[in-house]
Design a protein around this ligand. Sequence first.
Ligand code: DHB
Length: 394
Amino acid sequence: TRTAVGILGAGPAGLMLSHLLHRSGIESVVVDNRSRGDIENTVRAGILEPGSVRMLTGTGVGDRVLREGHEHQGTSLRFDGVHHRVDFKALTGESVWLYPQTDVFTDLADARARDGGDVRFGARDTAVMDAGSNRPGIVHTDAEGRRQEIRCDYLVGADGSRSICRQEIPQEHRRHYFREYPFAWFGIITQAPPSAPELVYTHSTRGFALISQRTAMLQRMYFQCAPDEETAAWSDDRIWHELQQRVAGEDGFRLVEGPITEKTVLRFRSFVAEPMRWRRLLLAGDAAHTVPPTGAKGLNLALADVRILAELLERAVHGGDDAALDSYGPRALARVWKAQHFSYWMTTMLHTPPGADPFDMRRQLGELRTVTGSESGARLLAEGYTGWPDRVPE
Ligand code: DHB
């Protein structure tokens, strides 16, 4: 097969890129090792920035996000046992949408199928060919056991945090930046009605907890745990006891309990790979950067990358302007590093590091009061959470 753009990874980054390129009349082929069902059954984060929502509704992916998602005009930072609301709408004019990433994936996969896109799920023995050449490619084995070779003008690695494309950039041309955290998240899904109308990011002496939602009868919650925590050690009763203690306070706030249908320990880190372009290879989304989950920036950053990339690939493929792609990394990374800072800030402000002493706890409370106690402080958080007002108009 010959195509203009070969894309490894059919997550939201790869599929959205393929969709945007199609709208510009540029062909692409998307290859993923996972089956469509595997991707759809993995629980991921659930908050979309308004810019991400506009990408879905404004480019013809669909408006299910508006019909089935929930607009959240603010969030609660809970500390000292009481809620402190940050009103995104009043502070920035913008809201976020609660809409699971798996639904974004489904919408994009459906849109690609509707438009006749070449998206190959369940590929095996996938490898990159001649990444540094003028005619890079992807090889894989298809469902019938046949070897398939895709040659392309540009190769995009949208293949997630364990990217194989990233490894193709020679060591002397790349730089990786990391930050590890001494904690992880214990994530659950429970069959219960919502405990709160908006998300609740909770600071407590027992550690962080996040109360999120999914539907009228399914809720998503997380609590800070040790990176090597075992889900087997946590009965439903033990989980509810821990969560209730973390959110408890003088206002009497209680979580509505129900059966727990999913328990997962999520380890995380901060990571950036530079550059995002090397010759005809381009990285997008988690392949180039991952953030800790606090603030739900991962998917939104991936979509912001491919919005820039689609525009520049159009100039390269249709206009013959290969040099336009040189600005991809610098443009995308400006936002990436802001999001790195935001996610690091939200994480360190709200979590209790092992060995934290009373100074650390009181300083964090001082920081939280600085943020929620002034309009400037709250607006800084609201701008980051809703995704900064430097969006390219659709
Ligand atoms: C969710 C996850 C996050 O990391 C976050 O900051 C907010 C919400 C979620 O899964 O609902």
